[in-house]
Design a protein around this ligand. Sequence first.
Ligand code: FES
Length: 568
Amino acid sequence: MTQNTPPKTGLRRNTANYGDPDFALYLRKTFAKSMGYSNAMLERPVVGIVDTGSDYNNCHRTVPELIEAVKRGVLAAGGLPLAFPTVSLCEPSLFPTSMHFRNLAALDTEAMLSGQPMDSAVLIGGCDKTVPAQLMAAASSDMPSVQLVTGPMLATAFQGERLAACTDCRRYWAQYRAGKVSGERIAEIEGRLATTAGTCGVMGTASTMACIAEALGMMPAGHGSIPAVHADRLRAAEEAGALAVRLIANPIRPSELITAKSVENALRVLLALGGSTNALIHLTAIAGRLGIPISLARLNELSDTTPVLVDLKPTGDGYMEDFHSAGAMPALLWELKDLLHLDVIDVTGATLGDRLAKAPEFVDRRYIRARAEPVSPVGGIVSLFGSLAPRGAILKRSAATESLFETEARAVVFDGLEDLSNRIDDPDLDVTEHDILVLKNAGPLTPAGMPEAGYLPIPSKLARAGVKDMVRMSDCRMSGTAFGTIVLHITPEAAAGGPLALVQSGDRIRLSVKERSLELLVSDAELAERLKSWVPPAKPKRGWDRIVAEQVLQADEGCDLAVLRAEG
Ligand code: FES
């Protein structure tokens, strides 16, 4: 390109390489004409719209109408909106777990953002893994992008209480396992837990990631928590389309938004929300795409100085619609103002300091607490280190039982998910409520793909005796909607030959939240002896499973594929 050649925009970008760029554009326009576009329309700048609607994805049921609203915004602002499908991931629809495919969705989205002709993009996600995948893709492609989420479902009034997926799903299922809820009752409640379109109605992973996208500046203020079925959600979509057009003339790239400072702000937000533990893995992966490390030791420093201010399930009582009407992210950020980097910008170009110049007019303190009256004076998540987790593990203390924070006990070990399901309810299982349940071989390197199985069920004989919580630990994850004294993401995982691989039933383990430690009380000599007979798991032979087994990183690096990181 000579100095006077205008930059390629719209359909002129990314033409196929036939050795004749003019012919490539001619051919592209010829085929575009078959869709009925006029020349004037084809000359416009292009906004790509990532379509993750799918009959398998209940959380994305509203994507078609959101696309229409985004298109409205793009057209009114002078752009040409072009929607395109990418991988869509819904939590309950995927085997072995949606996490196994997050990087596939990120790779797909990055490739389409980079390879197709577009000048900016609107990313429509919602369900847990879709927003992280899209933010990872935006970071790697550095395409000016606006994140739009489908928004949370509404809670349902049911016989004097409110219900929404999926903290209430777990609560009722635990009662069913304990024999306190009948089969007929649990079947009836199945139809009352998720009664509107949208993502889970609590501060689970989807809503945590929506708030984190907002904290990173990838969407306009207040857009993360608008309920899926509210008319404001459609207006947010229209605004996202118009904003994407503005980003073409005045590009603000993801690499200008996702910075060390905004990532630290996002960590503060995660802690103050009492948000999902999964978000830590996702944020690490997103930041890793731009070479920004997240240290678990730093997380502890932030956790000790960031209060939990949001009172929503699974940590507290409210639902996402309560958080939204209470003042949403702008109210939360206002409370955290002195802890945040205020010179970061968002996708509109405004600094956080500008956005927080004025106090919110109304905040419902039932759901967003003042700093003087926090839900908890310290953050929701802590990291733990020790001989069982040399590279770290985490515990969501805001959803755990404080009396179990200092526990030394006997381990009852399950070798994998199959062993867990075969034995957990065996009446002869040698277990008491004072033991520690340990699950291994469920980390990112295993065929299980690091599922949300860290919420190990309480053995039914204990559940029936009234035990509601006990210490559980594993190398896998936990749903953002779950609760309990649960140590997650033990790193290195068992399949990587970490100390977890060597734990046996009867070993003693010491958990100390106060000391941030997780110790396996077995001598080094004994562990060295056990290591001699440890065999690494066989690698899958082909396809995506093989790529994951060869490339996936551990939890402390966000479980991204090595080749997709910034340095990759
Ligand atoms: Fe999609 Fe919970 S299942 S957000």
